[in-house]
Design a binder for this molecule. Structure first.
Ligand code: HEM
Ligand code: SF4
Length: 571
């Protein structure tokens, strides 16, 4: 391997297919931590080493080790799980975690606060429930998303089937996961080809994210991900095939304009029978062409910006032995969830619950969300679905259980609020667990929304759907650059404000104002909201309005994201 590869590449190469010294590290009871190389490898197994940042100062004063614990991410392809699986997650959260289950923006589930000595027991219970954490994090294809309700139509069923097929095909094959966590027998040797036929020894240059969307809903935010499939339907509602999107991604670094979020390109159209081969080819081209020297330049979006879409397209066709067709027309109308009841097939219905920031917990003196969802799981015989907006759908509810489930949801604060802003608010985890957070997100967004609700009410916009997203740092886990209002942490209590993304998730926002505290955020948005109320056209969304009215520029994806930013119109 060339000299200039990044440290992570060496760790992967030396790891013997993700084993490293994890098994030994787990047995070391002197520390609650693991060594740095293993901390990189453990991500591929779906875990992040973290510490409680709220406790850092106090523990340092007492000369104690940081309060180390692990975040465990359970992959849930298409966001579909059973009530029994939910009950396992709920139990683990209470027995070993911090008493909360976190529904993520990528239809996975996070458990926080699991200490090292409880990891194996936790992973065993997850495995017993037929769930897995493999490849939930790390430089591999992560949880594959799809529109969450397969019972909505035939196309939704086809989308879930494709998501599962891609997920299975691109799951790492290394036996290390079973060996380390589930006391599987050690399997030695084997040629690269045999162990990891798709990834090889060094896996991918960086994380890789795949989604499947069914228009008109873009709830999975297809343009935010490395690889996407958009269902193209015939008049009868059958799937004719899929438009393939490539090169989306959110992460960037403040002050480094060579890093940027990017909305994916539509590369062409493929038949269902070819979709898995196309997915594999996209992955292997990125495996071979992606930047392994600089991790800040290693996502597929940079490969495509640097090599050009045409060259990438040609190489994917060559490797997949598939000629892509011209992309077909499609229309998205929103990225949000449809709360409340929807009717399904054969007399069964679905109830979309509202979970603020995806955090399912029993908060002292507030709503008992964890208890409510548990009680629903105990009597429900349909499914659970996780949405990309961090909500839970109780799917396929039997007629005779509807009234009880509706009552439980209402009693436990699980129904959507009236406010159009709060219904469309998404925040990443940030403090206290995320080591990369520069500012609060999940713990602050609800209060900001309260302040903005008052402002919106004054202008008669209280019930209008407006997408607001916040992250504690520019990595963008809650996809802030695709929110009509995006807030990105800059430092403690300070945020950059982005405006102008399309409501339906097809266009990125632009930087509008920098380094704002709470008062400044509210003040900066006041004239924008006032102008929107006074001047908007019928049905015009906030994101479209601010572009038309000149608050932010309209152009610039990829490397031009940072160009033409800022207000063109005096606030
Ligand atoms: C350089 C980029 C990124 C890094 C280093 C990173 C790292 C992390 C870390 C450490 C966490 C754990 C936080 C916690 O639970 O305590 C996290 C959460 C998460 N990240 Fe990222 N992230 C990055 C970008 C993204 C992007 C672009 C997306 C999605 C489009 C994403 C999706 C998620 C999701 C779904 C979670 C779970 C929690 C949630 O829903 O907020 N990440 N990320
Ligand atoms: S956006 Fe930043 S602060 Fe938020 S979870 Fe992701 S890495 Fe952490």
């Amino acid at each position: 391997m060339a000299d200039e590869v990044s440290r992570n590449e060496r760790i992967k190469e030396a790891s013997d297919y993700l084993r490293g010294t994890l098994a030994e590290g787990l047995r070391d009871q002197i520390t609650g931590s693991i060594v740095e190389d293993n901390a990189q490898l453990v991500k591929f197994h779906g875990m992040y080493l973290q510490d409680d940042r709220d406790l850092r100062g106090e523990r340092a004063r007492k000369k104690m080790e940081k309060a180390f614990a692990f975040m465990i991410r359970v992959r849930v392809p298409g966001g579909v799980c059973t009530p029994a699986q939910w009950l396992t997650l709920d139990k683990i959260a209470r027995d070993y975690g911090n008493g909360t289950v976190r529904i993520t923006t990528r239809q996975a589930v996070q458990l926080h606060g699991v200490i090292k000595s409880n990891l194996k027991a936790t992973l065993k219970q997850i495995d017993d429930a037929l769930l897995s954490t493999i490849a939930a994090c790390g430089d591999v294809n992560r949880n594959v998303m799809s529109n969450p309700n397969p019972y909505q139509s035939r196309a939704h069923g086809a989308a879930l089937a494709l998501a599962r097929a891609i997920s299975d095909h691109l799951t790492p094959r290394t036996p290390a996961y079973r060996e380390i966590w589930l006391d599987g027998e050690r399997i030695v040797g084997g040629e690269d080809e045999a162990v990891e036929p798709i990834y090889g020894k060094t896996y991918l240059p960086r994380k890789f994210k795949t989604v499947v969307a069914v228009p008109p809903s873009n709830d999975v935010d297809v343009f935010a991900h490395d690889l996407g499939f958009i269902a193209i339907l015939d008049r009868a509602g059958n799937v004719e095939g899929w438009n393939v999107t490539v090169g989306g991604g959110m992460g960037m670094t403040h002050g480094e304009p060579e890093t940027y979020p990017r909305a994916a390109d539509v590369m062409g159209f493929c038949r269902t029978a070819d979709a898995v081969a196309v997915a594999e080819a996209v992955v292997t081209v990125q495996r071979d062409w992606g930047d392994r020297a600089n991790r800040k330049h290693a996502r597929l979006k940079y490969t495509i910006e640097d090599r050009g879409l045409a060259a990438f397209h040609a190489e994917v066709e060559r490797r997949a032995r598939v000629k892509l067709g011209e992309a077909r027309p499609f229309t998205f109308t929103s990225t949000g969830d449809r709360y409340g009841w929807t009717e399904g097939e054969s007399g069964r219905a679905h109830l979309t619950l509202y979970i603020e920031n995806g955090r399912v917990l029993d908060a002292p003196g507030r709503a008992q969300l964890l208890t409510g969802v548990r009680q629903i799981a105990e009597l429900h015989d349909g499914d659970f679905r996780f949405t990309a907006n961090q909500n839970v759908i109780i799917a396929n509810v039997a007629e005779d259980k509807r009234a009880t489930i509706a009552k439980l949801a209402a009693e436990h604060g699980l129904l959507a609020p009236a406010s159009g802003l709060r219904r469309n608010a998404v925040a990443c985890v940030a403090l206290p667990t995320c080591g990369l957070a520069l500012a609060e997100s999940e713990r602050y967004l609800p209060d900001l929304v309260t302040a903005l609700e008052a402002q919106l009410a004054v202008h008669g916009l209280a019930e209008d759907d407006i997408v607001i997203r916040m992250t504690g740092c520019p990595n963008g886990c809650a996809r802030p650059y695709l929110g009509e209002i995006g807030l990105v942490g800059k430092g403690p209590g300070r945020y950059n404000l982005y405006l102008g993304a399309a409501f339906e998730g097809t266009r990125l926002s632009k930087l509008y104002a920098e380094d704002l505290d709470h008062t400044a955020i509210v003040a900066a948005l006041e004239p924008v909201i006032a102008a929107y109320a006074a001047e908007r056209r019928k049905g015009e969304r906030l994101g479209d309005f601010v572009v038309r009215a000149g608050f932010v520029a309209a152009t610039g994806n990829g490397r031009d994201f940072h160009a033409n930013t800022g207000a063109k119109r005096a606030a």
